[in-house]
Write a protein that binds this ligand. Structure first.
Ligand code: AMP
Length: 137
């Protein structure tokens, strides 16, 4: 059974994609801790980073950093980058992913209990702005 993220990569289920290349994809988290909470995922379905060859891990990190810096510039706020590992921090999808979580509201804990909600059309309006597709082409 393929992971939910592979199903997104294969366009079997929808997602708001902000970046994609041959080996990586980034899309908005469906239950965002904060607006524009984004997941960066290698297309190869590794369970955890421990399974990844170093070069692929470093390539993934490059993309994570690029997106985090882009969001910082566009959103004008601090950006947290989090990687859950099943042994330590309750990873729930067993396909490597990094969370990029903008800190738009400093008064809230990063891992807030309830999800943020987007207003109608907000994702479509901002996705193009947040997208890195333009940057790398
Ligand atoms: P983790 O607990 O680190 O494994 O996080 C998995 C993340 O995947 C959670 O933040 C979920 O909200 C997110 N997620 C699960 N299904 C989807 C989906 N279909 N589209 C986008 N994000 C998802």
């Amino acid at each position: 059974m393929t992971s939910i993220f592979t199903q997104i990569i294969e366009r079997k289920i929808p997602a708001s994609i902000v970046y994609e290349d041959n080996s990586h994809i980034a899309f908005l988290d469906i239950y965002p801790f904060e607006k524009w909470h984004t997941l960066v995922v290698p297309k190869k379905e590794y369970e955890t980073i421990m399974d990844m060859p170093e070069d692929e891990y470093l390539e993934l990190q490059k993309i994570v950093l690029q997106i985090a810096k882009h969001y910082e510039k566009i959103l004008w706020c601090g950006i947290n980058v989090v990687q859950n590992n099943k042994a330590i921090a309750g990873q729930s999808v067993f396909h490597v992913h990094f969370h990029i979580i903008p800190r738009l509201d400093n008064s809230k804990p990063v891992f807030f209990e309830s999800s943020e909600k987007y207003w109608e059309n907000e994702v479509d309006i901002y996705r193009e702005k947040l997208s890195l597709l333009n940057i790398n082409s």
